[in-house]
Design a protein around this ligand. Structure first.
Ligand SMILES: CC(=O)N[C@H]1[C@@H](OP(=O)(O)OP(=O)(O)OC[C@H]2O[C@@H](n3ccc(=O)[nH]c3=O)[C@H](O)[C@@H]2O)O[C@H](CO)[C@@H](O)[C@@H]1O
Ligand SMILES: C=C(OP(=O)(O)O)C(=O)O
Length: 469
């Protein structure tokens, strides 16, 4: 195991990037092509919600192919705080939720990641009550939880939000949620997952209309089905769940991370490289592969679970509108912008899912990109090359966008915001090193020394300038 992974009291390893901004940086020397094979880790957004789903089961749950991420460690801390027992060995997490000691999740932890809020569904289903602080996650929009709340109310819960805490309780004597017909105003991934989990133990049939169709929703449904839940239609916009009194133990494998795989496809495309990625589920990457092919990047499905990307002759501009699955994923929008920044011609990117997810545009401009933002649209005028500079990842995928751009930029790029990157990428720097990237992580102290050196040299420069004025 890598030396920047330490053991924590909940038995899960923790990366040493704190949720607060840390001063570690990545240094990237760009302009090199990459070559070789990349192993894709398990999906962050599946693993996290499966861990919450383990709350539904009073026996043992073994979850395999769990990525090594800061968010996974934090989710482990949330579940430990509720009384669950967890242990991790490599990519396997064992969870036992036979005893849940409290229905109150800790504020300091829940506010650090969005997925922890989704535990409100299984907690309410198991205990008949839950007190869940409003969630955190990437600051990419207001991200309300009204759809989760309205769905739980339809299932018979009384829900009040007071002092930043969502207090939910089933007041009738049975303490059991009731099946309901729920129409989601928009196909929210989290609300679909919260309500599907809650419905597995509810009394009667629940129908979720306009449900999210993301692969992670399907993975959660399959996980619950492996524990004895009765769920039909996951992956379509109508999910039907028939509640059962109890779920049993399971041993389950998380699907590969389509966003990590997509990020490596973009790293390959921008550096004109020949890369093989596995394991992947190519059908989960269809919208990303279609866009890559449209702009001139050959992507070949060599085997059912692997993808090969070959160097493009030229990269052409295109337009992208982010959409719920199976549309183009919002989580790929930032790294794709890095690629379009060096494509020939003008591209327009419309972010339709989140209202504040274009902050990486100005950071890409520091690297020489030519991008203007108006409302939720980015107008990208392709430039012939990028040049290294200090930049910051302002959220998880924005940080990934900086890495993708830096791999192509001439000279040296220093990237801050690794506390975001480590939330969702399993040792990205090490995986990139393995395929030939020149990339190095400077931990806090080294990075601090570098920053103060840069500061003192800029003070000197400013001083010289003012004297000469
Ligand atoms: C941990 C996890 O799985 N995170 C993913 C999940 O986030 P998350 O589940 O938070 O995303 P949603 O699908 O719920 O959000 C989509 C849109 O619905 C809105 N909304 C959502 C819930 C609600 O109650 N009310 C409401 O208005 C949101 O503000 C957003 O504008 O799906 C997103 C969309 O694919 C991804 O970017 C995130 O990586
Ligand atoms: C936005 C993301 O995560 P979260 O919902 O956990 O903030 C993401 O994975 O890109």
């Amino acid at each position: 195991m890598e030396d920047r992974i330490i053991n924590t009291s909940n038995g899960l390893p923790e990366t040493n990037s704190s949720p607060q901004a840390d001063s570690s940086v990545l240094k990237v020397w760009g302009g090199r092509s990459l070559e070789g094979h990349v192993t894709i880790s398990g999906a962050k957004n599946s693993a996290l919600v499966l861990m919450a789903g383990a709350l539904l089961c009073s026996g043992d749950c073994r979850i395999r192919n769990v990525p090594l991420l800061a968010d996974v460690s934090r989710m482990g801390e949330v579940l430990s705080a509720l009384g669950m027992r967890l242990s991790r060995s490599g990519n396997i997490i064992d969870i036992n939720a036979s005893e849940i000691t409290t229905s109150k999740a800790p504020y300091e932890l829940v506010t650090q990641l969005r997925a922890s809020f989704f535990a409100i569904g299984p907690l309410l289903a198991r205990l008949g009550e839950a007190q869940m602080p409003l969630p955190g996650g990437c600051a990419i929009g207001a991200r309300p939880v009204d759809l989760h709340v309205r769905g739980l109310q339809a299932m018979g819960a009384e829900v009040q939000i007071e002092h930043g805490i969502c207090n939910a309780r089933v007041t009738d004597g049975s303490r059991r949620l009731k099946g309901a017909k729920i129409y989601l105003d928009l196909p929210s991934v989290g609300a679909t997952e919260t309500l599907m989990m809650a419905a597995t133990l509810a009394d009667g049939e629940t129908i979720i209309e306009n449900a999210a169709r993301e692969p992670e929703v399907v993975d959660l449904a399959n996980f619950c089905i492996s524990m004895g839940a009765k769920i039909e239609g996951a992956g379509t916009s109508k999910i039907v769940i028939n509640g059962v009194p109890k779920l049993h133990s399971t041993d389950y494998n998380v699907i590969p991370d389509r966003i990590e795989a997509g990020t490596f496809l973009l790293a390959g495309a921008i550096t004109r490289s020949d890369l093989i990625l596995s394991p992947v589920m190519p059908e989960h990457l269809m919208p990303v592969i279609a866009k890559l092919e449209e702009i001139g990047v050959p992507v070949i499905e060599e085997q059912p679970n692997s993808l090969r990307i070959k160097p493009a002759q030229i990269l052409k501009a295109t337009d992208i509108d982010t959409m719920p699955h199976p549309g183009f994923p919002t989580d790929m929008q930032a790294p794709f912008m890095s690629l379009l920044a060096v494509a020939e011609g003008d591209s327009i990117i419309n972010e339709t899912v989140f209202e504040n997810r274009l902050r990486h545009a100005s950071e890409l401009n520091r690297l020489g990109a030519d991008i203007r933002v108006k409302g939720n649209s980015a107008f990208v005028r392709g430039v012939s090359e990028l040049s290294g500079a200090p930049v910051e990842g302002t959220d998880l995928r924005a940080a990934a966008a900086m890495v993708v751009a830096a791999l192509a930029a001439s000279g040296e790029t220093t990237i801050k915001g690794l506390n975001y990157l480590d939330r969702g990428y399993d040792r990205l720097d090490l995986k990139l090193q393995k395929i030939g990237a020149k990339i190095e992580r400077l931990e806090d102290t080294e990075a601090d020394a570098l920053a103060s050196k840069a500061e003192s040299s800029s003070e000197t420069t400013n001083g010289t300038a003012s004297i000469s004025n």
